[in-house]
Design a protein around this ligand. Structure first.
Ligand code: PEP
Ligand code: MG
Length: 672
């Protein structure tokens, strides 16, 4: 049966001599007849270099490859892969994504598969075939044994019906035809064992997916399972996992969760790029905190970049250069150096100076942290305390619920690092894009679901154990409590009742705590902004969470790159809400600060100052000297004028441009 595949030529020089040779060489390894044609040109023999060259296929041309014969599926898979791999040519390519973490880095790529490791897709030499076949046999037999054990234990614990699922897996691994196909790919096409397993199984997956029978199409999951098991056995010790890196790399992934990013070893992972993502997701926030350059929303980075490719990340401009030429590398080496020299200079000049305007208005600059280890860098860059401790990071990546002691240890460690500087501990903000491994309760719309304070109110045990830990820690340092995502007065009262209850219990147990501990709330939901005047009467302080306030007000998912262009801090609706919130705090004489990312984006510093804010909690640490420089360059009077003008525009793009021009005059090096 003749089958066909459409594929676009991606390499810069098109199907010229070298790529055509590679294509024909590969096509000749299959028994099927192979033909290639384009929209304009007639079909040619895919096994003939000369014929292929007559197509004159340039970059961007779509070619149609057809194959007819016993190995047609696999032939098309391999040839399609070759074209998509740009015939393994080294072409420099510049891609534009979303800049999420500043800095410049040049390193080799480490491309993460969805399983968290890399599948080597390489060809082997003739004299390696026997070794590769025995690797295949060993992997198959180990996989079979593993499944047998699994079947036994599952049958024992959950019954033989459930256990029998694994009998199917065992039968698949005993299937002679499947094993023959694996070996043929190694023997006839010189594919590595891993490559052969993936290719052969992907053909079956495709076949099952196209079957119009729900039972059979559900078998796809079984095949994926077999594939993973075989690959794990084949790669074994050699498996290139993130946690076993031996060299400095740039990680290329489809997406990385906040907990995956938080656990990156930054002595090895020097930057990362992803296919999807946005500037204000929690993943991006953690990336910035790690201090490694990152660009997200690149679309097809995992397809276009290969493990070992040299990659440049320019996290300031959101640019990624793949396979750069020597001239570009030199140019970026010098940009990299200049950037770090500039940051160093700014830091040494401003980190120890107070944040005070030219006319004497004092401002506090605090740090946002995810882990106690982030305190050191913040303080050394001049933070006078911690304005937001995102404690949910104690949960992310952990299989077990953190205990009261886990919380308490993290808080006391933070307090020790801070001395008598204040720390605002936010109760856990789980849900949304931050999931606790032990909580499998996935919701359809998690940002609008049981997130944050709602999760805590529904899980009193978890909430109370955290509150106890915070209160115990309050006896040893300058601690404040912050509730996230409050959306009504009733919710606030419920949360405060928990604090009261825990305090009473602790009093009975004779445990020390700060009886006058300040309680504040995040204003990050439009409903809270609208009733801020009522809320202000029942709390000690507000902290504005612009990340969520923007997402919920503008109906723009903060993690979705498709709508990232609509996510605008300068939208008039946001500016009006900010004014309302600040007014409510001022009229009720309570403190107010900002801890959303907007507070650390230097184009907005003068606007926020002019709107009346005197407390900015920002991350990463390197931003602190930048914000200080801006504040120290203007008068409060001028900032008020700027805010008034900014609020008079009705186009967010115009507002942003106006503010960027002003900031650029102060720090031209950082406004691109
Ligand atoms: C915010 O929403 O602005 C905020 C600071 O909280 P988070 O980013 O953790 O949701
Ligand atoms: Mg928030």
């Amino acid at each position: 049966m003749l089958i066909e595949r459409r594929v676009k030529i991606l390499n810069i020089n098109g199907l010229h001599a070298r790529p055509a040779t590679r294509f024909a060489e590969m096509a000749n390894k299959f028994n099927s007849d192979i033909f290639v044609r384009t929209e304009e040109k007639e079909e040619v023999n895919g096994k003939s270099i000369i014929d292929l060259l007559t197509l004159g296929a340039k970059r961007g041309t779509e070619i149609l490859i057809t194959a007819d014969g016993e190995d047609e599926e696999i032939a098309l898979d391999v040839l399609e892969g070759l074209v998509n791999d740009r015939f393994n040519e080294d072409n420099m390519e510049t891609r534009k994504g979303i800049a999420v973490a500043p800095g410049v880095v040049i390193k080799e790529a480490f491309v993460l598969e969805s399983e968290g490791y890399r599948i080597p897709r390489h060809l082997i030499k003739e004299d390696e075939i026997d070794k590769e076949i025995s690797r295949l046999e060993e992997a198959t037999s180990s996989a079979w044994k593993e499944i047998e054990k699994l079947e036994e234990s599952v049958s024992k614990n959950l019954g033989s019906q459930i256990g029998s699922i694994f009998a199917t897996h065992k039968l698949m691994l005993q299937d002679k035809q499947l094993m023959r196909e694996f070996s043929e790919r190694v023997q006839d096409n010189n594919l590595s064992a891993e490559y052969a397993v993936t290719l052969v199984l992907r053909v079956y997956i495709r076949k099952f997916e196209n079957v119009d029978d729900p039972y059979l199409s559900a078998r796809v999951g079984d095949i994926y399972d077999i594939e993973k098991r075989l690959l794990r056995n084949l790669l074994g010790e050699k498996r290139e996992e993130l946690k076993n890196l031996t060299e400095e790399v740039i990680v290329v992934a489809h997406d990385l969760s906040p907990s995956q990013i938080a656990s990156l070893d930054t002595t090895r992972v020097r930057g990362f790029v992803t296919d999807i993502g946005s500037r204000n997701s929690h993943s991006a926030i953690v990336a910035r905190a790690l201090g490694i350059p990152a660009v997200v929303g690149l679309g097809t980075a995992t397809v276009d970049i290969f493990g070992g490719d040299r990659v440049i990340i320019d996290g300031n401009r959101g640019v990624v250069i793949v396979r750069p030429d020597e001239k570009t590398i030199k140019e970026y080496q010098s940009i990299e150096k200049d950037f770090y020299v500039f940051e160093e200079k700014l830091s040494s000049e401003f980190k120890d100076l107070p944040a005070v305007t030219l006319d004497g208005r004092e401002v506090s600059i605090l740090g946002n942290i995810e882990f106690p280890r982030d305190i050191g860098p913040s303080v050394s860059q001049g933070a006078t305390g911690i304005g937001l401790y995102r404690t949910e990071f104690l949960y992310l990546g952990s299989k077990d619920t953190p205990t009261e002691e886990d919380h308490f240890n993290a808080y006391t460690q933070s307090i020790q690092e801070l001395g008598n500087k204040p720390i605002i501990i936010r109760t856990v903000d789980l849900g949304g894009d931050k999931f606790f491994l032990a909580n499998n309760n996935k919701e359809i719309n998690p940002f609008l679901g049981c997130r944050s304070i709602r999760y805590c109110l529904e899980n009193p045990k978890i909430f109370k154990s955290q509150l106890r830990a915070i209160l115990r820690a309050s006896a040893t340092g300058n601690v404040k409590i912050l509730f996230p995502m409050i959306s009504s007065l009733q919710e606030l009262r419920q949360a405060k009742d928990f604090v009261k209850e825990v305090m009473e219990e602790m009093n009975q147990e004779g445990i020390d705590f700060d009886e006058k501990i300040e309680i504040g709330i995040m204003i990050e939901v439009p409903s809270a902004a609208m009733v801020a005047d009522d809320l202000a009467k029942e709390v000690d302080f507000f902290s504005i969470g612009t990340n969520d306030l923007i997402q919920y007000t503008l109906a723009v998912d903060r993690s979705n790159d498709k709508v990232a262009h609509l996510y605008s801090p300068a939208h008039p609706a946001i500016l009006r809400l900010l004014k309302m919130i600040i007014k409510a705090a001022e009229e009720n004489n309570i403190k107010i600060g900002i801890c959303g990312e907007m507070g650390g984006e230097i184009e907005y510093t003068i606007l926020l100052l002019g709107l009346g804010l005197r407390e900015f909690s920002v991350a990463p640490a390197m931003i602190i000297p930048e914000v200080k420089k801006i504040i120290r360059s203007v008068t409060y009077e001028r900032a008020k004028e700027v805010a008034e003008t900014a609020c008079s525009y009705n186009d967010p793009a115009e507002t942003t441009e106006y503010l960027r021009n002003i900031a650029r005059e102060i720090i031209p090096e950082l406004i691109y």
